[in-house]
Design a protein around this ligand. Structure first.
Ligand code: FE2
Length: 594
């Protein structure tokens, strides 16, 4: 059984599942080199077909996550191209008149498309005829689906019947549940996001393979409010919400509470649903008015506090109604590691699993799980997230050739993990490209910048090497499973393999890992590494541990500010040539810049 899973909206991705196992998954941005591609993931699908030598007749189904998409967002690739200025202009010139009942420009986005070439994308798979642009409502959504089906089927060379659509939140839920290597007999799966197929919050009870939907809402504004605050603070919606979260711990709780109070009447929890209370039509204008006297850090902390309060109330109600103590969480809001920490710490929670990169990018995996379950195929959980392309020997050879003869680059072959560990232990910062690239938003060691987390000035050093990095953002930590007990407070023994939860740290060895934690609240967003998950990376940290006694490395993503995580050796070389980094190890070859 061969399924290709597709997510073709913002942060597009594709996945390949064979006989119940997810064998490949990647985001389109890794191939295009442009962050947050909002399109059919054409390059990723081409890669899958080529690498796995698939003929059209081999493919049993192309499963699409999301029944309906607004064509206009895909046509202009809003999430990819819009700048903060574009979003604010849209708020002021399109949404403000529209939401206040004034006359507004219905063709606002089509005018952008016609006026500026950056909104037109020649590599688009889908067609956007004038007739589609003139339609409205369901008629338009259904016509766009006919176009999607036709274009996908002809691109892959399969009959249209093999292209099937699945509900957005159900895909989140299937990923959350089936990716979990420690599935429980009875579990609550719940999802919260900004919007997908007309819902933004759903609760299921899962027993064995049976999903029973308990509640749903289209009025849960947690993600939308958070996204609007992100924009209000001058950062990019759909992308920089994690920066608001990173800023939150710097404020005092008293000030955060004032801001949270400004938001408290917007929505309320009613049973297992979050619903509107006194929700203004225009959230952006509401924030401009309410937040004008508050400082940026207090706003960040206030919205975080509000998010946590509502979510805890919701989880308490879910527990009260179901009596269950095991939870799986997915959707964009599950990317908020600070919230996950608060939820997981509730006394009625025994287990709290957050899937890796739970936002919409992982829907291609979710839909593949869903399509397989739909056909009664037994599915396997994920044992790791190293699901992307591996380092090709041609690309490595080409990078070697590229730097050959340059005076300022020294190339050493046959480098071992012990050699790299010695560099790290001596205080150097090393970029590592090895094995298959990790799926999702977090670098998990294979496309990472690594350093000694006990080195006091290393945060400043990396921030200066990677220009424009946000000064308040913490780094993350990869640690050996054998050392988890020394560094993390994890009394419930929660899984922490994907940097999807935050934890408090222990005092005793804190100095050893300080630079891989949040400097203000000392929390950490860890990747606990087991040998099975990634033997080579485990071995590197282990070698570092032998030299220093620290079983952990500071880990941050290998990319330049505003660009996606690197995938191949060419992109890695580009980062090294445009940053202050000096060491790059690709598999067993070390490149050293003067
Ligand atoms: Fe979603």
């Amino acid at each position: 059984m061969i399924i290709i899973g597709i997510y073709d909206d913002h942060n597009a991705s594709a996945c390949l599942a064979i006989d119940g196992k997810i064998v490949f998954a990647a985001q389109e941005e890794r191939f295009s080199g442009r962050k947050n591609e909002e399109s059919f993931p054409r390059k990723t699908v081409e890669y899958i077909l080529k690498e796995y030598k698939l003929k059209p007749e081999d493919v049993d189904e192309v499963a699409i996550a999301g029944r309906y998409h607004s064509f206009i967002d895909l046509m202009i690739r809003k999430a990819t191209v819009f700048t903060v200025r574009d979003y604010i202009d849209e708020m002021e010139n399109y949404w403000k008149p529209r939401l206040s009942g004034q006359s507004f420009d219905k063709d606002y986005h089509i005018s952008l498309y016609k006026a500026e070439s950056r909104f037109r994308h020649s590599e688009d798979l889908y067609e956007y005829p004038e007739s589609l642009q003139k339609m409205e409502g369901m008629e338009q959504l259904e016509e766009f689906n006919r176009i999607r089906t036709r274009c996908i089927a002809s691109f892959i060379g399969i009959p249209e019947e093999k292209v099937r659509y699945y509900d957005h939140h159900s895909c989140h839920a299937h990923y959350a549940y089936y990716s979990n290597p420690r599935q429980k007999d009875e579990t609550v799966v719940f999802t919260i996001d900004a919007f997908g197929d007309n819902r933004n919050q759903v609760v299921w009870k899962v027993h064995g393979d049976t999903f029973t939907e308990l509640a749903e809402s289209r009025e849960c504004e947690l993600a939308r409010v958070y996204r609007t605050v992100t924009l209000y603070l001058g950062m990019k919606p759909y992308e920089h919400e994690f920066k608001v979260m990173g800023l939150a711990p710097y404020a005092k709780e008293e000030y955060a509470q004032h801001v949270a109070n400004e938001l408290k009447d917007l929505i309320r929890v009613e049973g297992m649903r979050v619903v509107h209370n006194d929700r203004p039509a225009d959230l952006f204008q509401f924030m401009k008015e309410r937040f004008k006297y508050y400082r940026f850090d207090n706003i960040a902390a206030g919205v975080q506090l509000w998010l946590e309060d509502i979510s805890v109330q919701l989880l308490k109600n879910i527990h009260k109604e179901t009596g269950l103590r095991n939870y799986c969480f997915a959707g964009g809001v599950a990317m908020n590691v600070k919230l996950n920490k608060v939820l997981a710490e509730q006394d009625f929670v025994d287990d709290f699993y957050v899937c890796g990169s739970s936002s919409d990018e992982s829907l291609s995996i979710g839909v593949a799980y869903m399509a397989m379950r739909d056909k009664d195929v037994k599915v396997e959980p994920l044992s790791n997230l190293y699901l992307g392309p591996e380092v090709s020997s041609e690309a490595l050879a080409s990078v070697k050739k590229n730097v050959n003869g340059r005076d300022n680059v020294k190339v050493t072959e046959g480098v071992t993990n012990a050699d790299i560990a010695r560099l790290l232990a001596s205080g150097e910062v090393v970029a590592r490209v090895a094995g298959r690239t990790e799926f999702g938003a977090r670098a998990l060691g294979n496309r990472s910048i690594l350093a000694d987390p006990g080195k006091p000035d290393v945060v400043k050093q990396i921030n200066e090497m990677i220009k424009k990095r946000d000064f308040w953002m913490p780094f993350a930590l990869s640690l050996l499973d054998s050392h988890e007990e020394f560094y993390l407070k994890n009394p419930k023994g929660l899984q922490a393999q994907y940097m999807a939860n935050a934890f408090d740290t222990k005092d005793k060895d804190y100095e050893r890992i300080r630079s891989g934690t949040h400097p203000y609240d000392r929390s950490v967003r860890p990747q606990v590494v087991t040998r099975e998950m990634n033997p080579e990376y485990y071995d590197l940290i282990n070698e570092f541990s032998k030299l220093t006694g620290t079983g952990a490395l500071l880990n941050t993503s290998l990319n330049l500010h505003g660009l996606p995580l690197v995938s191949d050796p060419y992109q890695a070389l580009y980062v090294l040539e445009n940053s202050g980094l000096r060491y790059l190890v690709i598999e067993n070859t070390l490149f050293q810049w003067d």
